[in-house]
Write a protein that binds this ligand. Sequence first.
Ligand code: KET
Length: 404
Amino acid sequence: MFDHIAAYGGDPIFRLGEAFHADPRDKKVNLTVGLYYDDAGKIPLLNTIEVAEKAWADQRKPRPYLPIEGLAAYRAAVQKLVFGADSAALAEGRVATIQTLGGTGALKVGGDFLHAAYPDAEMWISDPAWDNHHAIFQGAGVPTHSYRYYDTQTQGLDFDGMLEDISQLAPHSIVLLHPCCHNPTGVDLSPEQWLKLIPVLAEKQLIAFVDMAYQGFGKGLDEDAFAIRAMVEAGLTFFVANSFSKNFSYYAERCGALSVVCSTPDEASRVLGQLKAVVRRIYSNPPLHGGEAVSGVLNSPSLFTEWVAEVTSMRERIAAMRQAAHQKLRVKAPDYDSSYFVKQQGMFCYTGLSQAQLQRLRDEFGVYIIDSGRISVPGLNTENIDYFVEAMAAVVTSSVAESA
Ligand code: KET
């Protein structure tokens, strides 16, 4: 019956994470999947989450189905966090928000909804991309393409190229945007660049689909949502997928949300209805446990304050590792320009290392970096940073020498 079924090669990101765990060497460094590790190399269980989980478990409530759109308290808390408590769109009741299975679930529900609403619409995604963006939207029937984003020469943003590509799109094209901590490059638009891009989105009647998986890991919870709030201010109607996998260190509980900013409350209520219809057809309604815990933290003033501090400490540790890698590489490989470590921000650092260099790092040093050359920075800590720098210096110095 299934002779024709091809073997699954595995996901390029998760597969290398598995290869790392299977590597028997003691000395090895895991820079693969976007997971936050603390300085001891452990995935933290946030204290705020532990308190909220326990408080909820102690109530021993029954477990009926949640509404299709998810927990009301969770959805309200998401809206405040993403759009800001003083958001005009929220006050006017024109944002439709549903609880989803992580950020990925939000992207999928949004993709299915958009394909039904605009069957001919196609999507444009940054080059390079988080590959799953292409896969999710193609899976929803939306053809995908790339717009220029990263400039290999400057190791920064090709903003002119991005703007030029986006300004040539047909009306109702969908544009996938990262508001902060771009995956895989760590290269973001400045507020000034957002303010140049947003009028183009409006003028060309493009549908912005914002994917915020790292709120709080760039500059701060509010700063990282700048683009979203500027889009509201500009009067755009657009989509936001957000995830609590990273900023709550809550990956396995699959907590995310999809919000659609509409023009009127009536439109928002119809959009909410169609999002529910999409969800009903896929998984019917979201799970309760994670949503209760996240909403328990976000809706308690004291736990919220403590969570902001937890996010701040994760962000600052990532920034400190970037600084350390850069400073140490300057000493160990003075001819190699490692300034990208500190120019980029958030979870990921885009190295531009060649396949041969990446292979050498894996084979000789047990340093695992995915094939795009993207480093998940929190895999570095005070214990392994010198070893990492030594390995990097070895592979970049020999290639500097070869090319000289
Ligand atoms: N969007 C982006 C931009 C993103 O980097 C991830 C995860 C997600 C959405 C998915 O979020 P979730 O809430 O887990 O569904 N990225 C990391 C893990 C992965 O590939 O799934 C990564 O890039 O390593």
